[in-house]
Each structure stands twice: as structure tokens, then as C-alpha cells.
Design a binder for this molecule. Structure first.
Ligand code: FAD
Length: 368
């Protein structure tokens, strides 16, 4: 078949692009080095439970068009993300809200909570936050910082909070209401039956061929020669053989087990916010879909340093890496037939709704 596009990566970006391009009559080949479609939103069924193989994924957006779009591929439930924090056996609600403040200090009203935080901020003398620790204290005071932010964040990033940039937590969700809903977005939910069905439907057009277990780099020259255009959603620095340097990521290790109990922790997401527990959170997957199966599947999430060959989960968007990425983007602009997209191609932490928006923008540009 003569293809119009090669799409490298069967994740949400590549699949949205392929779906939209095929709707416009284009022929597309999609390859992925993994042996499944879906990229990081892939869910697999274990014991009748849809397991989020690459970490908890909750769809949320304020954009009605994007919400309606994903709802054509799956029915979404009413799941609301309300994580629990476990600090050395003390349990708190997240995001930081009146329930958290009440448990910490016994305060009952927003004014009392604001007064407590203000008192702690003043005591800490933080005027212009220079690092993450100062930023966190300036937002929520010292108690919340010490119990709920410090250990978790240091594990997550593998660095001391005083060595992390303040911007990482510019937008800490803090609420002076008794509302445990983590997101402020208007639309939120989990696709009933898991995320993989969405990608499967996106890739089901006869004009799309999918080849799994295929690494682009094994035939890079041939692909570049034979496809008129390539949408590449892998790591941008790898594409250029790391010739300007290596972009940094944080990685994760997942430890998943099937337990012979119906309900292990009573919530989908429990964060462990002390520094001694080596993992950051435990996910109990059945609760994303209010499952009643006799067994349960839980995943412990361990943050890890990233080295070449590991899964690159989170781009380290600090100044040094952003500058390097900018240089790679300049190289990318010089190539006519390659478009870089998705979280690895754009070296950007995208949520799912943002990935769909970015793929739509590319479609608009390609088919204007
Ligand atoms: P990916 O899903 O990474 O897809 C890229 C694909 O390209 C992969 O399948 C990869 O195997 C393939 N590929 C790479 N290199 C090659 C190569 N050389 N050859 C062939 N194939 C290649 N978003 C939310 O909205 N809500 C959440 O709750 C949420 N939670 C998250 C939790 C974690 C732990 C992580 C890491 C992300 C989370 N996200 C969440 C973000 C979400 O995962 C991304 O927005 C989305 O998956 C990005 O899609 P993508 O297609 O850009 O990338």
C-alpha cells in the first residue's frame, strides 16, 4: 500500500492524528515499539479489573468539544479523583481543603484555616520563594509542607525540595471548602471498560495499518526514504542521535500484585507522603470503575532516575533541559517531512485532553 503518513507511536497523540487523517481519506501506517497500542494510557484486564499499566489515568477537561470527542469512543463514568495522603499512618484528604485543615488543626471555618496558614507563612519569613520548599510554605504553611509535600516531592523528583525550582508547584490545589475533588475541571471520569478501547476504535479505520513491536530506529533510513511524511511521537533527542546532548526525564517502576481481598485500601489512589516509604503511591485499580470483583489489583509506584533505555515518564522541564529542547526543535524545523508531536516529541508534560488538543492543531495545520 502506498501510505501518506507513517505515525511513530500508537499513543493518544499518534492515534488521534491517525484517526483524523484517515477520516480525511489518508492512508496511514502506525508503528509502536511496544507490543500493544495506547502508549501510556494502555489498560489491561487482570481478574476482570482494568489495570492502568503505566500509572493512574483520570480524564479531566474544561473543554466540552474534547469531552464530547472522547465520549464517542467510550462511555465515561462519574469517577472523581479524591486521593488520600498517608503520612506515617495519619490519613488526610487531598487536595488540601477544609477536611485536611480540620484534621491537621481542628479548625472549622475557612477564616480559621486562612489565619493558621498566614501565621505559619509569617513565622517562616518567605517573601519571594526561591525554591520549591519556600514556594510550598508560602502557599500552605509549614505543617502541610512537612507532612504532605516534602517527602512526596523529594521522592518524586529525586532531589531535595530546596534544590527544586519553585515553579513545579506554582499551581498547588488549595481550597477553603470541604471539597475533596482534586480537579477543578468541569468534566471528569474514567472510560468504563478502560482506555485501550478508545485507541482501538481510533485505529480501526481500514486506511490505517498498525504494526506493533517495531522500533522506528531499526529502519529509520528506510522509513525516511519511503514515507512522504512522518509523525514522530518518540523522544526528540533520540531522533537526532542525542547529538546536542541528552534530555533528562524522571522514570517510574511499577510493582503490581493481585491480592485475594475484595477491597485493599478503600480508595483508588493513596499517596505515601513520608520520606521513608520508598514508593510514592499505591493505586487500587478497581476503584476507578467502582469494581466489586472478588480479588483486587494494586500497584506500587516507585520514582526512579532515568537512564537511556528506561521508560521516560516525566520530562524534567527545568531551564537547562528546556534550552536543550529548544535547540532540538530548531533542528526539527529544518526537516520538511517530519513532524514531532506528543509528550516525547514536544518534551512537554501533556495531560490527555491537551494531547488531543495538540493533535487537533496539527490536523488543522496539515489539512488547512
Ligand atoms: P505516549 O503515550 O508515550 O505514546 C508514545 C508512543 O510512542 C509509546 O507507545 C511508545 O512506545 C512509542 N514510541 C516511542 N519511541 C518509539 C520508537 N522509537 N519506535 C516506535 N515507537 C516508539 N494524563 C491525564 O490527563 N490524566 C492523568 O491522570 C494522567 N496520569 C498520568 C500518570 C503518569 C504516571 C504518566 C506518566 C502520565 C499521565 N498522564 C495523565 C499523561 C498521559 O499519559 C499523556 O498525556 C499521554 O499518554 C501522552 O500520549 P502520547 O501519545 O503523547 O505519548
Amino acid at each position: 500500500m502506498n501510505y501518506d503518513y507513517l505515525v511513530v507511536g500508537a499513543g493518544l497523540f499518534g492515534s488521534t492524528f491517525a484517526y483524523e487523517a484517515a477520516k480525511r481519506g489518508k492512508r496511514i501506517k502506525v508503528i509502536d515499539k511496544r507490543n500493544h497500542i495506547g502508549g501510556n494510557i494502555y489498560t489491561e484486564n487482570i481478574e476482570g479489573i482494568n489495570v492502568h499499566k503505566y500509572g493512574a489515568h483520570i480524564f479531566h477537561t474544561n473543554n466540552k468539544e474534547i469531552w464530547d470527542y472522547v465520549n464517542q469512543f467510550a462511555e465515561f463514568n462519574r469517577y472523581t479523583n479524591s486521593p488520600i495522603a498517608n503520612y506515617k499512618g495519619e490519613v488526610y484528604n487531598l487536595p488540601f481543603n477544609m477536611n485536611t485543615f480540620n484534621k491537621l488543626w481542628g479548625v472549622l471555618t475557612p477564616d480559621e484555616a486562612i489565619a493558621k496558614i498566614t501565621e505559619q507563612k509569617e513565622h517562616a519569613h518567605v517573601d519571594t520563594p526561591q525554591n520549591l520548599e519556600e514556594q510550598a510554605i508560602s502557599l500552605v504553611g509549614t505543617d502541610i509542607y512537612k507532612k504532605l509535600i516534602k517527602g512526596y516531592t523529594e521522592k518524586q523528583w529525586g532531589r531535595k525540595a530546596t534544590e527544586l525550582p519553585a515553579f513545579i508547584i506554582k499551581r498547588l490545589p488549595v481550597r477553603f471548602t470541604y471539597d475533596n475533588n482534586y480537579f477543578n475541571d468541569r468534566y471528569q471520569g474514567i472510560p468504563i471498560g478502560g482506555y485501550t478501547q478508545i485507541i482501538k476504535k481510533m485505529l480501526s479505520n481500514d486506511l490505517i495499518d498498525v504494526e506493533l513491536g517495531t522500533d522506528f530506529f531499526l529502519k529509520k533510513e528506510e522509513y525516511m526514504r519511503t514515507f512522504p511524511k512522518i509523525i514522530y511521537t518518540g523522544m526528540i533527542d533520540q531522533f537526532f542521535d542525542y547529538k546536542l546532548g541528552t534530555l533528562e526525564y524522571r522514570s517510574l517502576k511499577f510493582e503490581t500484585s493481585v491480592l485475594d481481598v475484595e477491597n485493599y485500601q478503600g480508595n483508588a489512589v493513596v499517596n505515601y507522603t513520608d520520606s521513608e516509604t520508598p514508593f510514592t503511591r499505591i493505586i487500587e485499580h478497581k476503584h476507578f470503575e467502582f469494581g466489586k470483583q472478588p480479588k483486587t489489583v494494586v500497584t506500587r509506584e516507585y520514582p526512579a532516575n532515568w537512564e537511556k533505555g528506561d521508560e521516560p515518564y516525566y520530562p524534567m522541564n527545568d531551564q537547562k533541559n528546556n534550552e536543550l529542547f529548544k535547540k532540538y526543535s530548531e533542528l526539527a524545523e529544518g526537516l520538511d517531512n517530519i513532524i514531532f508531536g506528543g509528550r516525547l516529541g514536544n518534551y512537554k508534560y501533556y495531560d490527555m485532553h491537551q494531547v488531543i488538543g495538540a493533535a487537533w492543531s496539527l490536523i488543522a495545520k496539515e489539512f488547512k
